[in-house]
Design a binder for this molecule. Structure first.
Ligand SMILES: [Zn+2]
Length: 345
């Protein structure tokens, strides 16, 4: 038997529910190498992150192993590939040589043996709120059958004015907005899931149009792989039924491991065969001269006039129990956050 980690368990459910479609199994060595070198699965469809299972060197091909999570059997896997990955491959995957990168560190901690293979049986698993293929398209069409275009929004933060600006921009020309906060593994210092949901529930209740915005969690781990994870996030939202996906500043990045717009540049390579339109939006900021949230695309002012909005700035105020400037986050949101016991992990 194989005991699944939290991340592997969520990957298993995503594979089962079609969120990683067309991938339906843990990756064999050839598939992993293809993803690493060409950003594609063996069947040529775009895929940028490996989905593999940690293994022991004594695993044998053809073995059927039970997959256990928290003492319960979830499924079985027929092992078709057992392989050892290298430190260099992991660094290449994250396009980073720094071993303090949280994604790289986590891979190293798992050891280097991996296995892949078909999932041959699933036990009945009841999971509230777990998304499945095309569920968002179906749900919006129940609300309004005229909804054709849906923009997906990935986040791990409580909503601030910059994210609101991106979302409103999308709502101006798409029929609907799907806010999909990631609730799997996140690093220390990130917002708790409770804080993210409290913030968005407040936003939906008080500001956004009811039938055009949906909020649901995405249960998969953050990899902090920057550009490659941005494409992976887009693929998941395509599978959920979104037609558009926002990639903003430093998508899925961490610290300063990736350039500000590296994810947008990387996305250009897949423009024609990703199956979802990428909205590459510039970073919104508050401009003291324009007196509003704007971006370099519609404001001509200099750096000294700009107030940048980031989770880091907001974190500082909230940790000292202060309401941050209303230029960067709505007071309706920050006052709700301050009522929580744990705003950050
Ligand atoms: Zn301006």
């Amino acid at each position: 038997m194989i005991h699944l980690s939290d991340d592997e368990y969520l990957d298993l459910l995503c594979l089962k529910n079609g969120l990683y479609d067309p991938l339906d199994r843990f990756m064999c060595e050839d598939e992993f190498k293809n993803v690493l070198m060409d950003f594609r699965l063996l069947n040529k469809s775009v895929f940028t992150m490996p989905i593999f299972l940690k293994a022991d060197s004594n695993f044998k091909l053809g073995q059927i192993k039970s997959l256990i999570y928290k003492g319960k059997k979830i499924a079985s896997i027929k092992i078709t590939s057992v392989y050892k990955i290298t430190k260099e491959q992991i660094c290449e995957l994250y396009v980073c040589k720094n071993e303090t990168h949280p994604g790289i560190k986590k891979e190293f901690e798992k050891g280097f043996w991996r296995c892949g293979g078909e999932l041959v049986s699933f036990e009945q698993i009841l999971l509230e709120n777990f998304l499945y293929k095309n569920c968002i398209k179906e749900e919006f069409q129940k609300l309004d059958k005229d909804i054709q275009t849906i923009c997906g929004f990935q986040t791990r933060n409580a909503i601030h004015k910059a994210h609101e600006h991106l979302q409103r921009t999308a709502l101006e020309f798409c029929d609907a907005l799907f806010i999909n906060p990631l609730t799997g593994y996140k690093k220390s210092g990130d917002f708790t899931n409770e804080a993210v949901f409290k913030a968005y529930e407040t936003m939906l209740l008080k500001f956004y149009p009811k039938k055009r915005v949906l909020l649901k969690p995405l249960q998969t781990a953050m990899r902090y792989a920057g550009p490659k994870e941005a494409i992976f996030h887009a693929i998941i939202r395509r599978n959920l039924g979104c037609t558009h996906f926002i990639i903003g500043r430093d998508h899925a990045g961490v610290g300063d491991f990736y350039e500000k717009y590296a994810a947008q540049d990387f996305a250009k390579h897949f423009k024609d065969d990703l199956g979802i339109h990428i909205l590459a939006l510039k970073e919104p900021y508050y401009c003291k001269v324009c007196e509003q949230i704007t971006s370099e695309k519609s404001c001509s002012h200099t750096e000294k006039d700009k107030i940048y909005i980031s989770a880091t700035n907001i974190r500082k105020s909230l940790l000292s129990k202060e309401i941050p400037s209303e230029k960067i986050i709505r007071k309706e949101i920050s006052s709700e956050l301050l009522k929580l016991e744990n705003i950050f992990i």
